[in-house]
Ligand binder design. Structure first.
Ligand code: KG4
Ligand code: ZN
Length: 342
Protein backbone atom coordinates (compact mmCIF):
# COMPACT_ATOMS: atom_id res chain seq x y z
CA UNK A 1 0.00 0.00 0.00
CA UNK A 2 1.29 3.46 -0.93
CA UNK A 3 -0.07 6.83 0.18
CA UNK A 4 0.50 10.43 -0.88
CA UNK A 5 -0.09 12.95 1.90
CA UNK A 6 -0.61 16.70 1.99
CA UNK A 7 -0.26 18.93 5.07
CA UNK A 8 -1.30 22.60 4.97
CA UNK A 9 -2.91 23.35 8.34
CA UNK A 10 -0.73 26.32 9.25
CA UNK A 11 2.50 27.74 7.84
CA UNK A 12 4.23 24.70 6.36
CA UNK A 13 3.34 23.29 2.95
CA UNK A 14 4.32 19.63 3.00
CA UNK A 15 3.90 16.54 0.86
CA UNK A 16 5.06 12.97 1.51
CA UNK A 17 4.88 9.52 -0.03
CA UNK A 18 4.81 6.55 2.36
CA UNK A 19 4.99 2.93 1.29
CA UNK A 20 3.89 0.16 3.60
CA UNK A 21 6.85 -2.08 2.71
CA UNK A 22 9.56 0.37 1.73
CA UNK A 23 8.82 3.10 4.27
CA UNK A 24 9.04 6.81 3.60
CA UNK A 25 9.87 7.34 -0.07
CA UNK A 26 9.74 11.14 -0.11
CA UNK A 27 8.98 14.07 2.15
CA UNK A 28 9.04 17.60 0.85
CA UNK A 29 8.49 20.71 2.93
CA UNK A 30 8.28 24.41 2.25
CA UNK A 31 8.30 26.57 5.37
CA UNK A 32 6.58 29.95 5.19
CA UNK A 33 8.51 31.26 8.18
CA UNK A 34 10.24 34.01 6.18
CA UNK A 35 6.89 35.16 4.80
CA UNK A 36 5.34 35.66 8.24
CA UNK A 37 8.40 36.85 10.17
CA UNK A 38 7.76 40.46 9.25
CA UNK A 39 4.40 40.29 11.05
CA UNK A 40 5.65 38.41 14.14
CA UNK A 41 3.15 35.57 13.60
CA UNK A 42 1.20 33.67 10.96
CA UNK A 43 -1.06 35.80 8.72
CA UNK A 44 -3.84 33.37 7.66
CA UNK A 45 -4.59 34.87 4.23
CA UNK A 46 -0.91 34.96 3.26
CA UNK A 47 -0.57 31.36 4.42
CA UNK A 48 -3.45 30.17 2.18
CA UNK A 49 -2.11 32.02 -0.85
CA UNK A 50 1.35 30.57 -0.42
CA UNK A 51 -0.01 27.02 0.00
CA UNK A 52 -1.84 27.41 -3.32
CA UNK A 53 1.47 28.31 -4.97
CA UNK A 54 3.65 25.69 -3.30
CA UNK A 55 1.62 22.53 -2.88
CA UNK A 56 1.33 21.33 -6.48
CA UNK A 57 5.08 21.68 -7.23
CA UNK A 58 5.76 19.84 -3.96
CA UNK A 59 3.44 17.00 -5.07
CA UNK A 60 5.32 16.80 -8.38
CA UNK A 61 8.73 16.70 -6.73
CA UNK A 62 7.62 14.21 -4.04
CA UNK A 63 6.32 11.82 -6.71
CA UNK A 64 9.55 12.23 -8.65
CA UNK A 65 11.78 11.64 -5.61
CA UNK A 66 9.65 8.61 -4.67
CA UNK A 67 9.92 7.32 -8.23
CA UNK A 68 6.20 6.76 -8.37
CA UNK A 69 3.11 8.06 -10.13
CA UNK A 70 -0.53 8.66 -9.28
CA UNK A 71 -1.44 5.28 -10.76
CA UNK A 72 0.74 3.44 -8.26
CA UNK A 73 -0.90 5.05 -5.23
CA UNK A 74 -3.60 3.48 -3.07
CA UNK A 75 -4.92 6.66 -1.53
CA UNK A 76 -4.37 10.30 -0.65
CA UNK A 77 -4.34 11.62 2.90
CA UNK A 78 -4.65 15.29 3.76
CA UNK A 79 -4.98 17.32 6.93
CA UNK A 80 -8.67 18.17 7.37
CA UNK A 81 -8.25 20.00 10.71
CA UNK A 82 -7.77 21.48 13.18
CA UNK A 83 -5.95 24.52 11.79
CA UNK A 84 -6.49 27.66 9.74
CA UNK A 85 -9.66 27.13 7.68
CA UNK A 86 -8.38 28.72 4.47
CA UNK A 87 -5.01 26.98 4.69
CA UNK A 88 -6.69 23.62 5.32
CA UNK A 89 -8.97 24.13 2.32
CA UNK A 90 -6.06 24.56 -0.10
CA UNK A 91 -4.70 21.11 0.84
CA UNK A 92 -8.15 19.52 0.94
CA UNK A 93 -9.08 20.87 -2.49
CA UNK A 94 -5.82 19.68 -4.05
CA UNK A 95 -6.05 16.24 -2.41
CA UNK A 96 -9.68 15.78 -3.48
CA UNK A 97 -8.95 16.92 -7.04
CA UNK A 98 -5.99 14.54 -7.40
CA UNK A 99 -7.96 11.69 -5.85
CA UNK A 100 -10.82 12.34 -8.26
CA UNK A 101 -8.49 12.39 -11.25
CA UNK A 102 -6.59 9.28 -10.19
CA UNK A 103 -9.75 7.50 -8.90
CA UNK A 104 -8.33 7.06 -5.41
CA UNK A 105 -9.86 7.32 -1.95
CA UNK A 106 -9.08 10.60 -0.13
CA UNK A 107 -8.91 10.61 3.66
CA UNK A 108 -9.21 13.74 5.79
CA UNK A 109 -6.76 13.29 8.67
CA UNK A 110 -6.81 14.93 12.10
CA UNK A 111 -3.60 16.95 12.42
CA UNK A 112 -3.06 15.91 16.04
CA UNK A 113 -3.51 12.23 15.20
CA UNK A 114 -0.75 12.82 12.66
CA UNK A 115 1.53 14.23 15.39
CA UNK A 116 0.65 11.31 17.69
CA UNK A 117 1.55 8.76 15.02
CA UNK A 118 4.82 10.43 13.91
CA UNK A 119 6.95 8.16 16.17
CA UNK A 120 5.59 5.19 14.17
CA UNK A 121 7.84 6.37 11.33
CA UNK A 122 10.84 5.39 13.50
CA UNK A 123 12.35 2.06 14.56
CA UNK A 124 11.53 0.78 17.10
CA UNK A 125 7.97 2.06 16.81
CA UNK A 126 5.64 2.33 19.79
CA UNK A 127 2.64 0.02 20.08
CA UNK A 128 -0.78 0.71 21.59
CA UNK A 129 -1.70 1.37 24.31
CA UNK A 130 0.66 4.11 25.44
CA UNK A 131 0.71 7.52 27.08
CA UNK A 132 1.30 10.50 24.79
CA UNK A 133 2.53 13.99 25.59
CA UNK A 134 1.46 16.24 22.74
CA UNK A 135 3.17 19.61 22.91
CA UNK A 136 2.86 22.00 20.00
CA UNK A 137 2.27 25.67 19.27
CA UNK A 138 -1.47 25.23 19.80
CA UNK A 139 -1.79 22.27 22.16
CA UNK A 140 -0.46 20.84 25.39
CA UNK A 141 -2.14 17.53 26.13
CA UNK A 142 -1.60 14.31 28.02
CA UNK A 143 -3.41 11.54 26.21
CA UNK A 144 -3.96 7.86 26.81
CA UNK A 145 -3.72 6.41 23.29
CA UNK A 146 -5.57 3.10 23.52
CA UNK A 147 -5.70 2.23 19.81
CA UNK A 148 -5.62 3.99 16.45
CA UNK A 149 -8.41 6.56 16.69
CA UNK A 150 -9.11 5.87 20.38
CA UNK A 151 -7.61 8.70 22.39
CA UNK A 152 -8.58 9.59 25.96
CA UNK A 153 -7.65 13.11 26.98
CA UNK A 154 -6.27 13.10 30.53
CA UNK A 155 -5.65 16.83 30.69
CA UNK A 156 -4.64 19.84 28.65
CA UNK A 157 -3.64 23.46 29.05
CA UNK A 158 -6.16 25.95 30.36
CA UNK A 159 -4.58 28.80 28.44
CA UNK A 160 -1.33 29.07 26.48
CA UNK A 161 0.21 25.95 24.94
CA UNK A 162 3.81 25.03 25.78
CA UNK A 163 4.99 26.10 22.31
CA UNK A 164 3.12 29.38 22.67
CA UNK A 165 4.87 29.96 26.03
CA UNK A 166 8.23 29.39 24.33
CA UNK A 167 7.28 31.71 21.47
CA UNK A 168 5.86 34.53 23.60
CA UNK A 169 8.80 34.44 26.02
CA UNK A 170 11.16 34.51 23.06
CA UNK A 171 9.39 37.59 21.72
CA UNK A 172 9.84 39.35 25.07
CA UNK A 173 13.54 38.52 24.85
CA UNK A 174 13.65 40.17 21.43
CA UNK A 175 14.18 36.92 19.52
CA UNK A 176 12.76 36.62 16.01
CA UNK A 177 9.66 34.56 15.19
CA UNK A 178 9.21 31.62 15.61
CA UNK A 179 10.93 31.92 18.93
CA UNK A 180 10.81 28.40 20.42
CA UNK A 181 13.95 26.99 18.79
CA UNK A 182 15.77 30.35 19.17
CA UNK A 183 14.97 30.50 22.88
CA UNK A 184 16.20 26.92 23.28
CA UNK A 185 19.47 27.85 21.53
CA UNK A 186 19.96 30.90 23.78
CA UNK A 187 19.18 28.81 26.89
CA UNK A 188 22.31 26.75 26.14
CA UNK A 189 24.36 29.72 27.42
CA UNK A 190 22.14 30.35 30.45
CA UNK A 191 23.03 29.29 33.97
CA UNK A 192 20.81 26.92 35.90
CA UNK A 193 18.80 28.48 38.75
CA UNK A 194 19.95 32.08 38.22
CA UNK A 195 16.49 33.09 37.00
CA UNK A 196 13.89 30.89 38.63
CA UNK A 197 10.43 31.24 37.13
CA UNK A 198 7.13 29.85 38.49
CA UNK A 199 6.06 26.26 37.77
CA UNK A 200 2.29 26.69 37.38
CA UNK A 201 -0.12 23.87 38.31
CA UNK A 202 2.56 21.70 39.95
CA UNK A 203 0.92 22.24 43.32
CA UNK A 204 -2.35 20.79 42.04
CA UNK A 205 -3.38 17.22 41.28
CA UNK A 206 -4.57 16.29 37.80
CA UNK A 207 -3.14 16.90 34.36
CA UNK A 208 -4.09 20.46 33.58
CA UNK A 209 -1.40 22.91 32.52
CA UNK A 210 -1.27 26.70 32.55
CA UNK A 211 1.51 28.66 30.92
CA UNK A 212 0.00 32.11 30.46
CA UNK A 213 1.49 33.44 33.72
CA UNK A 214 5.00 32.80 32.43
CA UNK A 215 4.83 35.86 30.15
CA UNK A 216 4.41 38.23 33.10
CA UNK A 217 7.22 36.55 35.00
CA UNK A 218 9.49 36.86 31.96
CA UNK A 219 8.53 40.49 31.48
CA UNK A 220 9.45 41.25 35.10
CA UNK A 221 12.71 39.32 34.79
CA UNK A 222 13.58 41.37 31.69
CA UNK A 223 12.96 44.63 33.56
CA UNK A 224 14.89 43.73 36.69
CA UNK A 225 18.36 44.75 35.52
CA UNK A 226 20.22 45.71 32.38
CA UNK A 227 19.41 43.12 29.79
CA UNK A 228 22.90 42.07 28.69
CA UNK A 229 23.60 38.84 26.78
CA UNK A 230 24.23 36.76 29.91
CA UNK A 231 21.03 37.98 31.55
CA UNK A 232 18.98 37.15 28.43
CA UNK A 233 20.52 33.69 28.31
CA UNK A 234 19.80 33.16 32.01
CA UNK A 235 16.16 34.15 31.46
CA UNK A 236 15.89 31.85 28.44
CA UNK A 237 17.30 29.04 30.56
CA UNK A 238 14.79 29.88 33.31
CA UNK A 239 11.88 29.73 30.84
CA UNK A 240 12.99 26.43 29.33
CA UNK A 241 13.64 24.84 32.72
CA UNK A 242 10.23 25.93 34.03
CA UNK A 243 8.31 24.58 31.01
CA UNK A 244 10.31 21.35 30.83
CA UNK A 245 9.96 20.84 34.59
CA UNK A 246 6.16 21.15 34.51
CA UNK A 247 5.83 18.91 31.43
CA UNK A 248 8.09 16.21 32.91
CA UNK A 249 6.51 16.21 36.35
CA UNK A 250 2.94 15.91 35.06
CA UNK A 251 3.93 13.28 32.47
CA UNK A 252 5.66 11.11 35.08
CA UNK A 253 2.60 11.40 37.32
CA UNK A 254 0.37 10.32 34.43
CA UNK A 255 2.63 7.33 33.68
CA UNK A 256 2.42 6.27 37.33
CA UNK A 257 -1.36 6.69 37.56
CA UNK A 258 -2.25 5.02 34.26
CA UNK A 259 0.31 2.24 34.67
CA UNK A 260 1.50 2.82 31.09
CA UNK A 261 5.17 2.01 30.46
CA UNK A 262 5.56 3.55 27.02
CA UNK A 263 5.55 7.25 26.40
CA UNK A 264 5.20 8.97 23.04
CA UNK A 265 6.30 12.59 22.80
CA UNK A 266 4.89 14.47 19.82
CA UNK A 267 4.47 18.00 18.48
CA UNK A 268 6.89 20.85 17.82
CA UNK A 269 8.09 21.24 21.41
CA UNK A 270 9.06 17.56 21.27
CA UNK A 271 12.06 18.79 19.25
CA UNK A 272 13.37 20.51 22.39
CA UNK A 273 16.58 18.75 23.41
CA UNK A 274 16.26 19.55 27.11
CA UNK A 275 12.75 18.01 27.18
CA UNK A 276 13.98 14.96 25.27
CA UNK A 277 16.93 14.44 27.63
CA UNK A 278 14.94 14.92 30.84
CA UNK A 279 12.03 12.71 29.79
CA UNK A 280 14.32 10.07 28.31
CA UNK A 281 16.31 9.74 31.53
CA UNK A 282 13.30 9.89 33.88
CA UNK A 283 11.24 7.31 32.00
CA UNK A 284 14.21 4.96 31.56
CA UNK A 285 14.88 5.22 35.30
CA UNK A 286 11.43 3.78 35.98
CA UNK A 287 11.89 0.98 33.46
CA UNK A 288 9.78 2.50 30.71
CA UNK A 289 10.53 3.55 27.16
CA UNK A 290 10.13 6.91 25.41
CA UNK A 291 9.44 7.20 21.70
CA UNK A 292 10.25 10.47 19.97
CA UNK A 293 9.81 11.24 16.30
CA UNK A 294 13.05 12.41 14.65
CA UNK A 295 13.25 16.16 15.31
CA UNK A 296 12.16 17.24 11.82
CA UNK A 297 8.98 15.18 12.26
CA UNK A 298 8.13 16.82 15.62
CA UNK A 299 7.15 20.02 13.83
CA UNK A 300 4.52 20.04 11.08
CA UNK A 301 5.20 17.68 8.19
CA UNK A 302 3.33 15.43 5.77
CA UNK A 303 5.08 12.18 6.68
CA UNK A 304 2.99 11.96 9.87
CA UNK A 305 -0.21 12.58 7.86
CA UNK A 306 0.85 9.83 5.47
CA UNK A 307 1.33 7.45 8.41
CA UNK A 308 -2.16 8.20 9.74
CA UNK A 309 -3.61 7.81 6.22
CA UNK A 310 -1.81 4.53 5.61
CA UNK A 311 -2.95 3.00 8.90
CA UNK A 312 -6.54 4.10 8.36
CA UNK A 313 -6.65 2.95 4.74
CA UNK A 314 -5.16 -0.40 5.71
CA UNK A 315 -7.83 -0.78 8.39
CA UNK A 316 -10.53 -0.40 5.78
CA UNK A 317 -11.39 3.29 5.93
CA UNK A 318 -12.21 4.63 2.49
CA UNK A 319 -12.96 8.34 3.09
CA UNK A 320 -16.01 10.15 1.79
CA UNK A 321 -16.35 12.83 -0.81
CA UNK A 322 -16.67 15.63 1.73
CA UNK A 323 -14.49 18.64 1.02
CA UNK A 324 -15.28 20.19 4.40
CA UNK A 325 -12.42 21.02 6.76
CA UNK A 326 -12.66 21.69 10.48
CA UNK A 327 -10.79 24.63 11.97
CA UNK A 328 -11.77 23.21 15.38
CA UNK A 329 -11.92 19.48 15.83
CA UNK A 330 -11.65 17.94 19.33
CA UNK A 331 -9.34 14.90 19.29
CA UNK A 332 -11.80 12.82 21.34
CA UNK A 333 -14.29 13.00 18.48
CA UNK A 334 -12.01 10.73 16.46
CA UNK A 335 -13.04 7.11 16.13
CA UNK A 336 -11.12 3.97 15.22
CA UNK A 337 -11.04 3.51 11.42
CA UNK A 338 -14.08 1.38 10.62
CA UNK A 339 -16.44 3.49 12.69
CA UNK A 340 -14.93 6.77 11.50
CA UNK A 341 -17.40 9.14 9.96
CA UNK A 342 -15.14 11.84 8.55
O1 KG4 B 1 3.74 21.12 15.96
P1 KG4 B 1 4.16 22.45 15.47
O2 KG4 B 1 5.13 22.52 14.33
O3 KG4 B 1 2.94 23.31 15.02
C1 KG4 B 1 1.71 23.26 15.64
O4 KG4 B 1 0.90 22.38 15.24
O5 KG4 B 1 1.54 24.08 16.56
O6 KG4 B 1 4.75 23.22 16.73
C2 KG4 B 1 5.31 24.48 16.64
C3 KG4 B 1 5.76 24.92 18.01
C4 KG4 B 1 6.17 26.38 18.03
O7 KG4 B 1 5.58 27.00 19.15
C5 KG4 B 1 7.69 26.29 18.17
O8 KG4 B 1 8.27 27.40 18.80
C6 KG4 B 1 7.84 25.05 19.01
O9 KG4 B 1 6.89 24.15 18.46
N1 KG4 B 1 9.21 24.49 18.90
C7 KG4 B 1 10.09 24.44 19.92
C8 KG4 B 1 11.27 23.86 19.41
N2 KG4 B 1 11.07 23.59 18.09
C9 KG4 B 1 9.80 23.98 17.80
N3 KG4 B 1 9.97 24.82 21.21
C10 KG4 B 1 11.03 24.63 22.01
N4 KG4 B 1 12.20 24.10 21.60
C11 KG4 B 1 12.37 23.71 20.32
N5 KG4 B 1 13.54 23.18 19.93
ZN1 ZN C 1 1.28 20.70 14.32
Amino acid sequence: MRVLAIESSCDESAVAVLDEQRGLLAHELWSQVDLHRLYGGVVPELASRDHVKRLMPLVASALQVAGTSGRELDGIAYTAGPGLAGALLTGAALARALAYGWRLPALGIHHLEGHLLAPLLETPAPTFPHLALLVSGGHTMLIEARALGDYRLLGETRDDAAGEAFDKSAKLLGLPYPGGPQLAALAEFGREGVVRLPRPMLDRPGYEFSFSGLKTAVLLACRAQPLDEQRRADIARGVQDAIVDVLCTKTLQALATTGQRSLVVAGGVGANLSLRARLGAAVAARGGQVFFPRREFCTDNAAMIAMAGLLRLRAGECGGSDLAVRARWPLEELRPPRAASH
